[in-house]
Design a protein around this ligand. Structure first.
Ligand code: 5AD
Length: 442
């Protein structure tokens, strides 16, 4: 985890840099030439992405210093556990006690948590997840940007509104220049330090993506995640060479029978192999699944979380299924927001200190308060959409997506003010030319 503030290189052990942030030390893999102890850098997702001058670093740090500690204090207050209600069910308390000591918990106990509906009990489950998040990750919250490059897609995913089933959808494919412009705006104007490039399957050839990524990396200091479906081992190798360092690819469901029902003609095994290959090559892995698919059981969902963990996910991306009328699952129903919250909390219990947990836009689409509540129940990551408006409207994986009409700057301001209220420091979002006013964090 790295803050979107400059850190000072304290030590170098081969390719590993130890970076100091106001007395807190974090490790990052260095790919910058001739980096020295004492240099100031920005690091993201465990990679040093940029060196900056001492003057620039110190002036940014000066502004941040007080805010940094104030936010930490607020987070600490909000994540304290209180067991004032003595009438709580003993079994629940026993499970949460084990969870909070990171002792082994049975499948049955996790299922028990997913089945609870009493508001007091749920509150305690969420608070425990928040406590664990705070204990292991501190008050950092990832704020990545995502560009939806193209809604062209060659696949037949039964739930997806940009799949081949949606015959009337106006398809778009951003040109290289448009992508570079959008990336420049996201990085320079808004201050994003990590960007996800997403499209449907086969919208771009690997060669096209190679050129795009290489150009972005030549021009800007940014961590790039690709999210373009399955591209096979050679494709992954090529895009790593171009400079991509992360892959966002959901396995969607860990139940292989359900996977084949949802993706006729395709196999879970291939998807999982792709994620394993990517991890071996050094990519950061962002993965997860859809919650609430027809026929999916609670056991399946627990297995999804275990699968994401076993794939060494750097970040979990679990979101609710939202029906799209132009797909074969158009008449199915979304899970409840309460169920999603329980899934996120249990995910935090199962993976306590490795994976960040993302609040997905789909979750915010089914529940307007999901972001704040989710961040207080174990999650510590959000993704803001920086796709140009005219394209964003056509990227209809499901209908009525949250933030569809919200300009980027407003999204950033809202996010920053929410993070401020709950004492979190944004990572991956630095101070761009016109991103946000740091004074607003005080
Ligand atoms: N509801 C929610 N999420 C969806 N996705 C696709 N269709 C839907 C839907 N109807 C998600 C898939 C995919 C990601 C890009 O979008 O999980 O991995």
């Amino acid at each position: 985890m790295c803050y979107a503030i400059p850190g000072r290189v304290e030590n170098l052990e081969g390719k590993i840099a130890i970076i100091d942030y106001f007395g807190e030390q974090k490790k990052a893999y260095n790919e910058i030439d001739k980096l020295k102890i004492g240099d100031y850098v920005y690091a993201q997702g465990g990679y040093v992405i940029e060196r900056l001058s001492k003057e620039k670093a110190l002036s940014t740090l000066q502004v941040w210093k007080e805010t940094f500690f104030e936010l930490q204090e607020k987070d600490l207050l909000l994540s304290k556990m209180q067991f004032e209600n003595k009438n709580l069910d003993k079994r629940l308390l026993r499970i949460l006690d084990k969870v909070s000591q990171n002792l082994s918990v049975s499948q049955e106990d996790y299922l028990d948590l997913l089945k609870r509906n009493n508001p007091n009990e749920l509150n305690l489950i969420y608070k425990t997840a928040n406590f664990i998040r705070h204990k292991n990750f501190g008050n950092a919250c990832c704020v990545h940007g995502i560009i939806e490059l193209s809604n062209q897609c060659a696949r037949n995913c039964q739930y997806c509104g940009i799949s081949v089933y949606n015959e009337n959808l106006v398809r778009y494919k951003m040109l290289e220049e448009e992508i570079l412009e959008t990336a420049e705006m996201a990085i320079k104007t808004y201050g994003f330090k990590a960007l996800v490039l997403q499209s449907g399957q086969d919208a771009y050839s690997v060669d096209e993506l190679f050129k795009i990524i290489k150009k972005i990396k030549e021009k800007f200091a940014v961590l790039i995640f690709i999210s373009v479906g399955e591209i096979g081992k050679p494709g992954l190798e090529k895009l790593y060479e171009a400079g991509a360092r992360g892959v966002l690819l959901r396995f969607e469901t860990s139940n292989s029978i359900l996977f084949e029902k949802m993706h006729p003609g395709y196999k879970l095994e291939t998807r999982v192999q792709e994620l394993k290959n990517a991890y071996k090559m050094g990519y950061l892995i962002l993965t997860g699944g859809l919650i609430g698919l027809p026929g999916q059981t609670e056991e399946d969902i627990l297995n999804d979380i275990f699968l994401a963990k076993s794939l060494n996910a750097e970040m979990f991306s679990f979101g609710p299924f939202v029906p799209h009328p132009k797909t074969p699952l158009g008449k199915a129903i979304s899970p409840t927001s309460q169920f999603m919250m329980k899934v996120l909390a249990v995910a935090r219990f199962i993976d306590q200190d490795m994976a960040k947990i993302l609040i997905t836009t789909a979750f915010e689409t089914i529940d307007k308060t999901a972001r704040e509540e989710g961040l207080l129940s174990g999650a510590n990551s959000v993704m803001l959409n920086v796709t140009p408006k005219e394209y964003k409207e056509q990227y209809t994986i499901y209908p009525n997506r949250a933030y569809l009409n919200k300009p980027v700057l407003e999204q950033i301001q809202e996010t920053i003010s929410l993070l401020q209220n709950i004492g979190r420091s944004p990572t991956d979002l630095g101070l761009g030319e016109s991103s946000y006013d740091i004074e607003a964090l005080k």
